[in-house]
Design a protein around this ligand. Structure first.
Ligand SMILES: [Cu+2]
Length: 148
């Protein structure tokens, strides 16, 4: 009888974990680094509305906190991520790494990127040592540029 009861409670526990994973409850418990008061990230160059040619050098600006390479857990720091033609991702998870989410985990403060002709939206998002946005997220205003 006790064995059956234990077996049933294990099954319930497994089912609850499955629900937690599928609804993202566990994912949202990932520890996030606190955003320092007044921290701000912005794109120094190019300016929004500018017409440019590819490759484009994007200069990152940051105030109220420091830049540290990925993997280095230092309070009040982070590294830059450039979002290209994409909305801010789920701040409860590590920032994806692909063509639209570029990581600058060496602590770079500018990047030269190839862009196809046309209009593009660029936005910076800071991530902590584990590539997770701070709490609350530190993101720049998005800018729109036109590549000739
Ligand atoms: Cu990153």
């Amino acid at each position: 009888m006790n064995t059956i009861r234990a077996f049933v409670s294990i099954r319930i526990a497994v089912a609850l974990i499955a629900v937690a994973v599928s609804t993202g409850v566990l994912a949202e418990t990932l520890p996030r680094s606190p955003a320092p008061d007044g921290a701000r990230v912005y794109i120094l160059s190019p300016k929004s509305g500018e017409v440019v040619t590819s490759p484009v050098t994007v200069v990152f600006g940051l105030s109220g906190m420091g830049v540290a390479p990925a993997g280095l857990n230092v309070e009040g720091t982070g590294h830059h991520h450039l979002l290209i033609d994409v909305a801010i991702p789920d701040p409860g998870k590590p920032i994806p790494a692909d063509d639209q989410h570029r990581h600058f985990g060496k602590g770079q403060t500018e990047a030269t990127i190839e862009l196809a002709p046309g209009r593009h939206t660029l936005q910076l998002l800071l991530g902590d040592h584990l590539h997770i946005p701070h709490d609350p997220p530190i993101a720049s205003e998005p800018i729109t540029i036109t590549v000739e």
